[in-house]
Design a protein. Structure first.
Length: 441
């Protein structure tokens, strides 16, 4: 008589009966499946295009499913925060603008607001300088979101969106070049105001952009919002609800896409944002689709803010009146691109030895900042960008530390990726919009 390897048997009046005992399914499978315990470890990056830089993701896969995800940062470390300790307070603007290279104006403005708070001159910053800061920040927010839309479209297969996003961004970079002399890394927002005034040519370009951009946004929506593949790749993908966002410190569009209307421009206003009319877009699903809708809506709100700022641009100085702080003073774009106006140079060199000595000391040594420490937070395109600045009373910062949203938000990647498909890691990581230049400052 043959016996079964799987169950005991016995004969009854009703026929043969098998007795089957229960057991743990994993043990049963492991006894017959030789590769049951094997998982594949995949290194995604640090040069993978989905990272927008040099982020490394270590993924442990079981088939197509991500069982464990770890983020590894530091490949783009620049030591900018440490370098600030060896430069005077104004030179710091040239360093911080290079951190999050997609939103340099925000890096500069947060730093300038912190230094002004230490100096006690916050209320002395002119109305025109503050309005220019708002104007430049909102243009920068639009350009940053356009890069997000372009790169995320490319990663999910919408190649045309990549072309269109970078095409429209060029309009803003051209405006920035007209105003600051540079397309990126401007060092334009300085402690006490801004480096130079906005020329009339730039105002005309901004007006033209305000007419053009709403039409382009409708084109983006026609291209993506009703596209079945785009909807399938973004809906219910990389979900992060509001509880998880708060637990992980996630801010910005990712938090607002989970339903919480937390925007520092409204909740903790700065630069006079409380006097502007604009809404804080939110969504409730907390997925990639919601983050897409929130960022599109934020572009529209930024366009409204830019228009209001243009209408408020009244003639006036763009730097505080205190000449012990207002450096570089009376800047103008000359034949060399940027620099002190020739009239100002001629005056301090030919008419006043005291002015020349003071200007030389201000440029080489810098102004002194009273001892103390402050924290200033602003709403960058990626969330709360905070500056903790400490002064020991000297001409250089004792310590400057940035609360950088890309670094904080990357904590959410394992929570979004684990248990999902490896293909959704691309969409989820991109929806965080990390910029590793800010993460690895």
């Amino acid at each position: 008589m043959t016996t079964s390897n799987y169950a005991t048997e016995r004969e009854t009046t009703e026929g043969k009966v098998f007795t089957v005992t229960g057991g743990d399914w994993d043990q049963v499978v492991s006894g017959t499946d030789p590769i049951n315990d094997e998982r594949i470890v995949v290194n995604m990056g640090p040069q993978h295009p989905s990272t927008h830089g040099v982020l490394r993701l270590i993924l442990e896969l079981e088939g197509e499913t991500v069982r464990e995800a770890r983020s590894v940062v530091g490949y783009l470390h620049t030591g900018i925060e440490k370098n600030l300790e060896y430069r005077n307070w104004v030179q710091g603007s040239t360093f911080v603008t290079r951190m999050d290279y997609l939103s340099p104006i925000f890096n500069e403005t947060a730093y300038a607001l912190a230094v002004e708070k230490l100096l006690g001159v916050t209320d002395e910053v002119t109305e025109r300088a503050t309005t220019i800061r708002v104007l430049m920040m909102e243009l920068n927010r639009i350009s940053s979101h356009l890069v997000w839309l372009a790169t995320t479209g490319m990663e999910l297969g919408a190649i045309n969106m990549m072309l269109y996003g970078f095409r429209e961004r060029e309009y803003i970079l051209d405006i920035f070049e007209t105003i600051t002399g540079l397309r990126m890394n401007h060092a334009y927002v300085r402690p006490g105001g801004v480096a130079q005034d906005v020329p009339d040519d730039a105002i005309r370009k901004i007006r033209d952009f305000l007419t053009l951009m709403p039409k382009k946004l409708k084109e983006y929506e026609n291209l993506l919002s009703g596209q079945p593949i785009w909807i399938e790749r973004t809906t219910n993908v990389a979900v992060l609800d509001v509880t998880a966002c708060l637990a992980l410190g996630v801010t910005g569009p990712v938090l607002r896409s989970a339903g919480l209307a937390w925007d520092l421009r409204k909740t903790m206003p700065y630069c006079g944002y409380e006097t502007y009319e604009f809404d804080v877009p939110t969504h409730t699903d907390g997925d990639v689709w919601g983050r897409y809708l929130v960022r599109l809506a934020e572009i529209r709100e930024s366009l409204k803010l830019v228009e209001q700022a243009l209408d408020r641009l009244k003639p006036g100085p763009v730097m505080v009146s205190d000449k012990k702080i207002a450096w570089p003073a009376q800047l103008a774009i000359g034949v060399d691109g940027m620099g002190n106006s020739l009239e100002h140079v001629a005056k301090i060199m030919g008419q006043s030895m005291e002015s020349l000595i003071h200007h030389f000391k201000l440029v080489t040594e810098g102004f002194r900042v009273p001892p103390g420490q402050v924290y200033v937070g602003i709403e960058s395109p990626r969330g709360e960008l905070g500056v903790h600045a400490v002064s020991d009373g000297g001409t250089r910062p004792y310590r400057v530390h940035y609360r950088e949203p890309s670094f904080i938000n990357l904590q959410a990647l394992p929570a979004m990726a684990e248990g999902g498909l490896i293909a959704d890691v691309i969409a989820g990581g991109a929806s965080l919009d990390p910029v590793m230049g800010g993460c690895d400052r």
